[in-house]
Design a protein around this ligand. Sequence first.
Ligand code: NAD
Length: 291
Amino acid sequence: MEKISNVTVLGGGNMGSQIAFQIAYKGFNVIIYDISADMYSKVIEHLDLLKTIYLREANAAEEDIENAFNNISYSFNLSEAVRNADLTIEAVPEDPATKQQLYTELGRVAPEKTIFTTNSSTMLPSHLMEYTGRPHKFLSLHFSNLLFHCNIAEIMKSTKTDVESFDTVVEFAEAIGMVPIIVKKEQRGYILNSLLMPFMGAASELYLKGVSDVETIDKTWRIATGSPVGPFEMYDIVGLNTIYNIAVNGELKDRLFAQYIKENFLKKGKLGYLSGEGFYKYPKEEGIGRY
Ligand code: NAD
């Protein structure tokens, strides 16, 4: 099995910043690579929020948080970002063209030893593997949002992934405090989203059809099932840009919801929980602990 010491996270948004922080917190060296010009300040904002959460909810010591920050560096240059990478974890937007382009470039510049993983929620490794130039060292490593409490990592290979890369990634997932969930057969949405997406889709349909309002739908679910969050709170946690990217490629009812999200939230800079507002408002001082 290969030893993982240096990890590059590609895309430092909602998921990339959480993934990078958890890995750094567990003592690995992490580089966050992103292309967005304003990425640095956004990532720092996300990491600051995570700091508060880890101190409060994971009983982390200040020193561990400081060490985690010291383990993270940033780069805007892909070849520099992956020069020593044993593993890359890709968390760029859920847009096929963006991922294909990135993998084509990554396959050219990464060292031969590097294992590539994708955190894509809806694309199968088989759909992306040919762009990587190394299908045998490419697989899915899919984290849940709020991964510091919801610590599963779904691991799914394609028909071409080799056993060594797969075993290495399973061992790495355990080493960073995740419970590895082995998905035995390629499945869009893995296990979690295969359950979650139809549930969230049913909620948006009830809302757009005028059957009920956001608060009532969420309240119904919370009270009747004992779940801490309802479907619209879940939309905010997932992030409305990610929801838009998924819904805009779906069936007509999904596309209508995508349009609704764009008009009412994205155009106003309301991206959900991490931006402070989506279907609900999230005052900074309350933090994620609200959940
Ligand atoms: P996001 O929009 O919050 O973050 C994406 C980041 O990628 C941004 O910082 C953006 O600047 C950067 N980026 C864009 N193009 C890039 C490129 N070519 N190279 C490097 N960086 C680039 O998205 P997110 O919600 O973090 O989702 C990222 C991935 O994680 C998606 O594949 C999504 O399906 C998956 N995922 C999301 C969730 C969720 O709940 N949001 C959960 C599990 C998995």
